[in-house]
Ligand binder design. Sequence first.
Ligand code: GCO
Ligand code: MN
Ligand code: MN
Length: 387
Amino acid sequence: MPDPFTPRPEHQFSFGLWTVGNRGRDPFGDAVRPVLSPTDAVALLAEVGARGVNLHDNDLVPIDASPAQRDRIVQEFQGACQRHGLVVPMATVNLFYDPVFRDGAFTSNDAQVRAYAIQKTMRAMDLGAELGAKIFVLWGGREGTETDACRRPDEAVKRLREAVNYLCEYSLDRKYGFRFALEAKPNEPRGDIYMATTGAYLGFIATLDHPDLVGVNPEVAHEQMAGLNFVHAVAQAWEAGKLFHIDLNDQLPGRYDQDFRFGSANPKAAFWLVKFLEDVKYDGPRHFDAHAYRTEDHDGVRAFARGCMRTYLILKQRAEQWNADAEIQALLQEAGPGARLPPLTAYSRATRDTLLSHDFDRAALSSRGLAYERLDQLTMEVLLGVR
Ligand code: GCO
Ligand code: MN
Ligand code: MN
């Protein structure tokens, strides 16, 4: 029997060049793995069964490359993608590594830095479009503060809006057809980052000139760093029609930005997430923004990448099992809404009067146990493989 957890193209699994290419450098220690060139990363991803490869401009093209060097590098990379059957669903821009962005890119106080950040992003969009990407992620890693003495935070929001509006116009002008996905993070590398949560971005998007072109790229670890419930953030984005992309990884709350293999730290939370994405039929890329432990060599990197996809597919199967479980479904029915009296969906004077004059039996409504203990235990048993 074929392995049911083998990744296939229709699963739309993708990885960033920076994820499998991560060399294990951290603030306390240097790189532990040799450089993995972009073409070797493509080969590795094809070998483990991924469908897509995503990149920042400078994961592929060095920041100081000449136009001729750029074109040669891009051609070589395109060749590797074709040979290995990989696509580039998403592109992004690095606005955090170079010292010029030490106090922000789009929100910097220096108008020249802001202009350079927009120029760099337009060039990254050119690159993404050339590689066939239709999603463009913006993660404002340096858009934040260590001290709020530096600027008024509402000024930062205005600058961010100006930048995103400008970039939407550029995409329309060039007919790139990008959908922008904004990625929130509460802190790291800045002490605090503006737009700390996916919810903050959802509020911001409504204030843009082209809100239809802009959605979010929630990341598991980023909401969990702040102690928030990730699936709730994803659900709100989905319900608003704004789930344009997703960054899957894992993280324990209250730690540094761990970027662990998907599902490795909190498999139960990962289960609710996969179940949600599959139940609503999310049809975008499942992108893993994570990296292997610093203890690993390139074989460990392969094991890490395989593990991300395999865990996703196992949880997908468990979600199907959960949905088909008769006892679970019966408990859900019982816990579900009782007689709906009166209907609250449409306001009218008649429904208003019925509602105002209705007598609710609070004691009856609150006396019945909801059996969530049993429901959760059954969930655990599905997850732990004894059901
Ligand atoms: C992080 C971020 C990044 C972004 C990436 C895409 O915490 O480092 O998650 O990995 O997702 O830069 O813009
Ligand atoms: Mn991250
Ligand atoms: Mn990310």
